[in-house]
Write a protein that binds this ligand. Structure first.
Ligand SMILES: C[S@@+](CC[C@H](N)C(=O)[O-])C[C@H]1O[C@@H](n2cnc3c(N)ncnc32)[C@H](O)[C@@H]1O
Length: 472
């Protein structure tokens, strides 16, 4: 089948072949090496390669916050993708670095490996840069139970159900408290949600986030089935990812059947893993979702009394004045910022603004101080003796006008904050140059309180200006 390549560079026929919902173990297994034994819970390069081909394109950045022996970054390099990985323990990070240095890898692509806790190290990854996260988390305290179980069995104590179930060869990686594998399950889920939120921040709109997990049992504690894959999907959705797909990896070929629960209770051998596929909404999807969310929130607040609304506004440190629809609109805007902050609605708004700022700077640098003063006067902007400052004042104003003109209303939380910061600074400058009667006149027009000293009046007007700007 001919046709133009998809976003990932695949032809329609390659695309179709990879679209099976069950991965056959023979398609996703790779030869085992010594370091696999040292680690005990690696996935194969072939599996990572398959996901990388499906969900990313050449030159994209692929990320793994639980890097282990580096399988994800190795597969990324072999497929001409850049990559970033984080690993808590030095001994595994060293194996990963060693594998990356091997000459057999494809064209030299950039690979960054950070050592330490992924919840902290991920802060070094820039917003909106990752196309695909492909990872497999350590399995909460399941690993510890599994190891203890094996020890019990070795000592010949009474065999438990889990003892006969656990044929796994996983080892505890180390004793760090930051190790997700050492956390009790409910704490583990909390850490996963926290990490998902950070992954959401770094992911590009429309990018993917794929978690390889296996469900398991804790029969001793009367939990015959622990649905890890659904829990991962819930944590992802709590971080605003869409639950995009679910793939099963058949591992029957790799695992022998064991006798479970015989003769009293029947359990199946869980010889498969899941790939939980999450996706960050695209810009258009995000806009739709935000619209639905806005409507729901507006209805919800509509049922409340003015006093309740004012309490919420106070907690959110927002302006309390106005009629009920004003108050609701203000709370809903803030809710949207908090919930959808990192969605990156305007593709690279920041990049555009930076470019624009640089271009404007170049234009004004060519002008004399007199010409700049003339522009400043015409636009009624703050004065300064220094050419550098004059340019800054004019360019700031240009940026504001340009953004408003471009209708950049839906932007990320960070971007909104930055824009507001610049705007606030510019406005404070303008109003500071006015006298108190002029300020009172503006306050009267904006229907705001007139009393207070000059800084109070300025602050009140600027707050209102920021609200009027409606960056979200
Ligand atoms: C299931 S293994 C991943 C194996 C990897 N896919 C491979 O093929 O080698 C999970 C890894 O996460 C690491 N880890 C656990 N907690 C971590 C944390 N807070 N930050 C970074 N890595 C962590 C463990 O040391 C372990 O190597």
């Amino acid at each position: 089948m001919a046709g133009k390549p998809g976003f990932n560079g695949l032809s329609p026929s390659e695309w179709t072949v990879l679209s099976r919902s069950i991965f056959d173990s023979k398609d996703v297994s790779s030869p085992r090496e010594d370091f696999h034994k040292e680690h005990g819970a690696t996935f194969s390069v072939a599996l990572a390669e398959r996901a990388i081909k499906m969900y990313s394109a050449v030159d994209d950045i692929v990320f793994d916050p639980f890097l282990g022996t580096g399988t994800t970054v190795v597969a990324a390099r072999q497929n001409n993708r850049n990559s970033v990985g984080i690993e808590l323990y030095d001994r595994f990070a060293e194996i990963a670095e060693g594998r990356v240095k091997q000459k057999t890898l494809g064209e030299q692509k950039e690979t960054k490996i950070y050592r330490g806790n992924c919840l902290e190290q991920i802060k070094q990854v820039e917003d909106l840069t990752i196309q695909l996260t492909f990872t497999s988390p350590p399995y909460a305290d399941f690993i510890h139970r599994s190891v203890k179980d094996r020890e019990r069995r070795a000592k010949g104590s009474m065999p438990s159900l889990i003892a006969t179930e656990n044929k796994s060869s996983v080892n505890a990686y180390g004793d760090s408290d930051s190790d997700f594998g050492n956390q009790e399950y409910s704490l583990f889920l909390k850490s996963v949600t926290e990490l998902m939120k950070e992954i959401y921040r770094v992911t590009k709109p429309g990018g993917y986030n794929v978690w390889v997990v296996k469900d398991h049992r804790d029969t001793q504690n009367l939990q015959p089935y622990i649905d890890v894959h659904s829990d991962m999907a819930i944590c992802g959705q709590d971080a605003n990812f869409l639950y995009h797909d679910l793939i099963i990896m058949d591992q029957n070929e790799q695992r022998r059947l064991v006798l479970l629960g015989y003769p009293s209770v029947f359990y199946t051998n869980q010889n498969h893993s899941y790939l939980v596929v999450l996706r960050k909404p695209t810009v258009d999807q995000a806009k739709k979702l935000m619209k639905i969310y806005k409507k729901e929130q507006t209805e919800e607040y509509g049922k409340m009394k003015l006093t309740q609304l004012r309490k919420i506004l106070r907690n959110k440190k927002l302006n309390l004045s106005g009629n009920k629809p004003d108050l609701i609109a203000r709370i809903v805007n803030q809710d949207c910022l908090e919930r959808w902050g990192y969605i990156g609605i305007v593709d690279n708004a920041e990049r555009l603004v930076k470019k624009f700022r640089k271009e404007q700077d170049e234009i004004y640098k060519e002008m004399s101080v007199d010409e700049l003063q003339e522009i400043r006067r015409m636009r009624d902007l703050k004065d300064s003796k220094k050419k550098k400052d004059l340019i800054k004042i004019i360019v700031n104003q240009d940026c504001l006008e340009q953004w408003e003109h471009a209708g950049l209303k839906n932007i990320t939380f960070n971007q909104a904050e930055k824009i507001l910061q610049i705007f606030r600074k510019g406005q404070v400058g303008i109003y500071n140059s006015m006298n108190v009667t002029e300020l009172r006149e503006i306050l009267r027009n904006k229907k705001l309180k007139l009393s207070g000293n000059k800084p109070d009046l300025v602050a009140r007007i600027v707050n209102q200006d920021c609200l009027d700007l409606e960056v979200v």
